[in-house]
Ligand binder design. Structure first.
Ligand code: HGY
Ligand code: MN
Ligand code: MN
Length: 417
C-alpha cells in the first residue's frame, strides 16, 4: 500500500542532513575530511554521545543493549513490531564521512521530516547504530548486529581482544555504553539500511540509486608465520627461514588467485606486522590478515581451500610454521525480494535513476536479514572510493537516498499487518 497522498510530496531537508554529517565528521577528524573513530575508542564515544543527543532532541526513546547497540525509538500509533533503519558510526582508521554515518543520520533526518510534518505512523520507527560494524579493531566485522540477531554469544563477544590487546567488554564499560536493554526486544518487522555503495558501479553508470539485492560472502583469517631471526648479512639464502618473505608470498598468491578465479573473487592482505621489524634482521615472525570475498559460497570455499594448500606447501618450502585463526566467516546473503521491490517502486515514483546491485562490502543489514525482511539502498561513491577520507557522494545523491529511505519507511510503517 503506498503512503497517503498527503505525504507523497514529502522530502527530507538536504542541508540539514549534510549539516549533521559534517558535525559528526568533526569527531575524530583526519586529514582530507574523513574521520577515525575506531570502535569503542573515546572518539567513538564522542560520536555516540552526539548521535544520542540528536535522538533525544527528536523526542525518541533511547535504548542501549548489552553489546552497546543503540536504538532511537519514534513511537507509532499502535503497539506493533517496529520498522527499523540504521547502520554504524564507527569507522576504519582512514574513514570517510559517509560510510555508515549516512544510514544513521539519514534515519534521523527521516524522523525529523515526519515530526515537522506532524505525520504519525502505525508502526514505531527505530533508528539504530550497531557496535563495531567495521571489525577493524575488534573482529569480526558487524559484531554488534551479529550479537543482536543471536549469531554470536554476548559473553564471547565481550571477551574479544582487539588489535591493541584491549578486551571489548572492558572498553564498552569504559566508554559507558554497556547497556541493560535485553537483546532483540525491538525485533523489527522490517529493516532498511541506507549506505554509500563504496564501489564504482553507480558512479560509472551515472545512476542515483542502487536497490541492493544481495551481498557477497566474507572470509577473514589471521596468519601467524614463524620463521627464524638471523643476520641479514651473514646468513646464506639457502639457510633462511624468512617470515617476511613468506608473508609477501601469501600476498602475491592471493592476488594471483583472483586473476585465475576471475568473477567476483577479491582478496586483500591489509595488515602485516613483522617481528623484530628491523632492517638487518631476517624476520622471525609475520602476522598478516587475509580478506577473501565472493558472491558465490562454493567459490569462496574453493578460494579458502586453494589458499590452505598454498600455505602448506609454503611452510614446507621455507621451513616456517603457519597458523591460521578465522576472524570472520559470513556466507553470501540474498535480501528480501519484497523489500527490494518496494525500494525500486519508491525510487521510480520519486523519479530517480536506479539499478539492482550487489554489495561488495559487509553491512549490518546482512545480519538483520537473519531475523526480518531486509534490504538496502545505495547511493553513488565518486570513483568508488571508500575507507579513504576522499570518499565522496554528491549532496543531491545523499538527499535522493534520504528521500527513498523516507518513503520506503513510511510505506512499511503504515502497513496494518
Ligand atoms: O568489511 C566490510 O566490508 C565492512 O566495511 N565492515
Ligand atoms: Mn559501512
Ligand atoms: Mn566500512
Amino acid at each position: 500500500m503506498s503512503a497517503p497522498a498527503a505525504t507523497q510530496a514529502l522530502r527530507i531537508d538536504q542541508a540539514r542532513l549534510i549539516e549533521r554529517l559534517d558535525q559528526l565528521a568533526q569527531i575524530g577528524p583526519i586529514d582530507g575530511g574523513g574521520s577515525c573513530r575506531l570502535a569503542l575508542t573515546d572518539d567513538d564515544r564522542r560520536g555516540r554521545d552526539l548521535v544520542v543527543s540528536w535522538m533525544r532532541e527528536l523526542g525518541m526513546a533511547v535504548h542501549i543493549d548489552a553489546i552497546g547497540n543503540v536504538f532511537g525509538v519514534r513511537a507509532g500509533t499502535r503497539e506493533l513490531p517496529p520498522v527499523m533503519t540504521g547502520s554504524h558510526i564507527d569507522t576504519v582508521r582512514t574513514g570517510g564521512r559517509y560510510d555508515g554515518n549516512l544510514g544513521v543520520i539519514g534515519g534521523l533526518e527521516v524522523v525529523q521530516t515526519l515530526n515537522d510534518a506532524g505525520i504519525e505512523t502505525e508502526r514505531p520507527i527505530v533508528v539504530a547504530f550497531f557496535t563495531d560494524e567495521e571489525g577493524a579493531r575488534f573482529a569480526p566485522d558487524m559484531l554488534g548486529s551479529l550479537v543482536y540477531v543471536g549469531g554470536m554469544a554476548l559473553d564471547e563477544a565481550l571477551d574479544v581482544r582487539g588489535i591493541d590487546g584491549a578486551r571489548l567488554g572492558d572498553e564498552l564499560e569504559r566508554i559507558g555504553y554497556a547497556g541493560s536493554a535485553p537483546m532483540t526486544t525491538l525485533k523489527p518487522a522490517a529493516f532498511v539500511e541506507l549506505h554509500i555503495e563504496q564501489g564504482p558501479v553507480l558512479d560509472a553508470e551515472g545512476l542515483t540509486i542502487g536497490a541492493v539485492e544481495d551481498l557477497q560472502g566474507i572470509s577473514w583469517q589471521e596468519l601467524t608465520i614463524t620463521g627464524q631471526s638471523n643476520h641479514a648479512g651473514t646468513t646464506p639464502m639457502r639457510l633462511r627461514h624468512d617470515a617476511a618473505y613468506a608473508a609477501a608470498a601469501v600476498a602475491n598468491f592471493v592476488r594471483q588467485l583472483t586473476r585465475e578465479m576471475g568473477g567476483s573473487q577479491v582478496a586483500t592482505v591489509g595488515k602485516i606486522d613483522l617481528h623484530p621489524n628491523l632492517i638487518n634482521v631476517i624476520a622471525a615472525r609475520a602476522r598478516l590478515t587475509v580478506d577473501l570475498r565472493n558472491t558465490d559460497e562454493t567459490l569462496l570455499q574453493q578460494a579458502e581451500q586453494r589458499l590452505g594448500d598454498f600455505l602448506q606447501q609454503l611452510a614446507k618450502d621455507e621451513g616456517v610454521t603457519i597458523e591460521s585463526r578465522q576472524l570472520a566467516r559470513f556466507e553470501p546473503v540474498i535480501f528480501d525480494a519484497g523489500v527490494v521491490q518496494r525500494i525500486e517502486a519508491v525510487t521510480s515514483r520519486l523519479g530517480y535513476s536506479q539499478r539492482r546491485i550487489t554489495s561488495g562490502a559487509g553491512h549490518d543489514a546482512q545480519m538483520l536479514a537473519r531475523i526480518c525482511p531486509t534490504a538496502m539502498i545505495f547511493v553513488p561513491s565518486i570513483k568508488g572510493i571508500s575507507h579513504n577520507p576522499a570518499e565522496h557522494t554528491e549532496p543531491a545523491d545523499l538527499a535522493a537516498g534520504g528521500n527513498v529511505l523516507l518513503h520506503t519507511l513510511l510505506e512499511l510503517a503504515s502497513q496494518e499487518t
